[in-house]
Design a binder for this molecule. Structure first.
Ligand code: 5RP
Length: 224
């Protein structure tokens, strides 16, 4: 099974979790995109749901497929949030934000009763940190936050796209931290959170309810 086939398999498995009348949070990224497309097929077939998106890109995609998308103000409580991850560690601790949407993803995930992670098996790790940890930063605070993250040994680098600093949907910068290993995610999360100018970090701890992981053996369910 290729990585894309695995992503498609979990996307379709996750769509089975959505029932008539549900309020659904939509993630961001390639796996979430496959889920949104699959959900669009069900909506076209008559499923009635309402959704909140975690990024402008996912909002636009869902709307283009005829999926009703509203704001969190209209729909502040969600039945389920379905999204991918960059790494899935022990107790379903996650690194997210590879697609730059970590802030809105965390907000939408926090509004959901259930957070379903959809990922291929290459994302499952014994220790988080091989994937660079994204930290979203207020623009004016960039030099200070970068220095403080460097002092913590986290090797931050400004994310760039098309030759310029990458800007999130909220107009912030992202510092990608090459941590290599995060043996104590709670500790590092608290340290990063303590820096003025940090808006959010990509460690999603004690948030995921279940992870659907696709690989050669099919789709497996992991629980915290
Ligand atoms: C976006 C995310 C994505 O969920 C994460 O990057 C995984 O993406 P993909 O499904 O493309 O591998 O956190 O901010």
């Amino acid at each position: 099974m290729t990585q894309d086939e695995a992503k498609l398999a979990v996307a379709w498995r996750a769509v089975e979790l959505v029932d008539e009348g549900m309020a659904v949070g939509l993630g961001t990224g390639t796996t979430a995109t496959m889920f949104i497309r699959a959900l669009g097929e069900r909506v076209k077939a008559g499923l009635r749901i309402r959704c909140v998106a975690s990024s402008d890109a996912s909002h636009q995609l869902a709307a283009s497929l005829g999926i009703p998308v509203v704001s969190l103000a209209e729909l502040p409580e969600l039945d389920v949030y379905i999204d991918g991850a960059d790494e899935v560690g022990p107790r379903l601790a996650l690194i997210k934000g590879g697609g730059g949407a970590l802030l809105r993803e965390k907000i939408v995930a926090s509004a959901a009763r259930k957070f379903v992670v959809v990922a291929d098996s290459t994302k499952v790790v014994e220790t988080l940190g091989r994937y660079p940890l994204p930290v979203e930063v207020i623009q004016m605070a960039l030099p200070i936050v970068q220095r403080k993250l460097a002092n913590l040994g986290l090797n931050p680098a400004v994310r760039r796209r098309d030759g310029a600093a990458y800007l999130t949907d909220e107009g912030n910068f992202i510092l990608d931290c090459a941590c290599e290993q995060i043996p104590d995610p709670e500790k590092i999360a608290a340290e990063i959170r303590g820096i003025a100018g940090v808006v959010e970090h990509g460690l999603f701890l004690n948030m995921a309810s279940v992870a659907l992981i696709a690989g050669d053996g099919g789709v497996q369910e992991l629980y915290p």
